[in-house]
Ligand binder design. Structure first.
Ligand code: FNR
Length: 373
């Protein structure tokens, strides 16, 4: 189907499913155990109702916002996701090019299938990137990576430390696809392309995990990071108000948290970001004034984006949607994904009577059905 015929993110996912190798599909689609968190991440948005105000001039709708002090064109960003070239040769660079058309931020995965230098090459001036770090057991490898990122600080504005996968989740689709070990995994991942032998078996996820540290802590890892970078830190994978509260105590080194259950790929039945947002609002709302709160997981519609922003999120990440966009048509497919999601979000805001992102707040939503328990 031509790009214009793809009308929503499900159409894009279907198109990608037809086009990409089975193994890539299994790796992207997969999630922990029974995929409950993965589907709930999206379903929970259906239970939040909107409260549109009428008789408001909505001719203009400004979607731009500010993330960690940097101006971006959209509150929608690309979440870090490994191995984009499994979907299309444009890879992470194609995603970056597409994001730049919308002024959108992109977080590059530690396990990207291109080097950071390749990915940001030719990026628009002012385009914002973050580098996602999986701390390696051999710390010197991560330290070397951080030196590279520090040297590219005109591009990389923060380091995103992922915390929700200290061990890999059990992903059966991925395991069943039974990767033959000659594919790109060995060579593609930046932090690992060093000829080290990995155990066989498992899927792409299990193989990529090899060499990743499981011993990170608040007390040891943040000081270690401070020794090796003065870029701001974003903590990804926070799933409770307790951890959001702790993260805020590490400001200003920590400048944002990402409420995420890793797209349901780590611990199945872990909460969707919406639940964690509601917890923070209830138990420690001061977090929102100390650090930014970003969310990801299950975003498929512009209304999902707007609801998360109304609950206090400053930005909303898309993982699979970007990969499937790439699979559906390379850079053009990712552009189509952004176009659809941004225009749906703008339509939602205009129908709500909100002219810009800063106007969004809890008055536009009714969360009673989510909070009934
Ligand atoms: C991911 N995610 C991820 N997160 C991370 O911190 N580092 C990584 O390398 C990866 N890799 C990765 C690969 C694939 C194929 C997927 C689908 C996801 C998680 C990602 O950043 C994000 O949390 C989720 O993808 C968000 O959920 P949705 O948008 O996919 O529903």
């Amino acid at each position: 189907l031509p790009m214009e015929a793809l009308l929503n993110l499900d159409d894009i996912e279907k198109q990608a499913t037809r086009l990409i190798p089975k193994k890539a599909w299994a790796y992207y689609y997969s999630a922990g155990d029974d995929l409950y968190s993965k589907s709930f991440n999206n379903a929970v948005y259906r239970d939040i109702l909107l409260r549109p105000r009428v008789f408001i001039d909505c001719t203009v709708c400004d979607m731009s916002t500010t993330l960690l002090g940097h101006k971006v064109g959209l509150p929608i960003y690309v979440a870090p996701a490994a191995m984009a070239r499994l979907a299309h040769p444009d890879g992470e660079h194609g995603i970056a090019k597409a994001a730049s058309r919308f002024g959108a931020m992109q977080i590059i995965s530690n396990n990207a299938s291109m080097t950071p230098e390749q990915i940001v090459e030719g990026a628009a001036p002012g385009q914002v990137f973050g580098w996602q770090l999986y701390v390696q057991t051999h710390r010197r490898k991560s330290e070397a990576m951080l030196r590279r990122i520090n040297a590219m600080r005109d591009r990389f504005k923060f380091v995103c430390l992922t915390l929700d996968a200290p061990v890999p989740g059990k992903r059966e689709h991925d395991e069943r696809s039974n990767l033959d070990r000659t594919t790109t995994v060995e060579s593609a991942s930046n932090a690992k392309a060093d000829g080290e032998r990995r155990p066989g078996g498992g899927g792409v996820g299990q193989q990529l995990f090899f060499g990743t540290a499981s011993d990170l802590t608040w007390e040891t890892t943040l000081p270690w990071l401070a020794e090796h970078t003065d870029l701001p830190i974003v903590l990804k994978g926070v799933q409770t108000h307790e951890d959001a509260y702790l993260a805020a105590r590490y400001a200003p080194q920590v400048q944002a948290v990402i409420l995420s259950n890793h797209g349901g790929r780590a611990l199945d039945t872990a909460p969707p970001a919406v639940h964690t947002l509601l917890e923070i609002r209830k138990y420690c709302p001061e977090v929102f004034s100390k650090i930014q709160v970003w969310v990801d997981g299950g975003i498929k519609r512009g209304t999902d984006v707007v609801k998360a922003l109304c609950l206090g999120a400053s930005a909303v990440g898309v993982g699979r949607a970007a990969l499937f966009g790439l699979g559906a048509g390379g850079q053009a497919g990712v552009e189509r994904m952004f176009e659809i999601l941004a225009s749906e979000a703008a339509t939602c805001m205009r129908l709500l009577g909100a002219k810009n992102i800063s106007e969004l707040g809890p008055r536009f939503i009714n969360t009673r059905r989510v909070e009934r328990d």
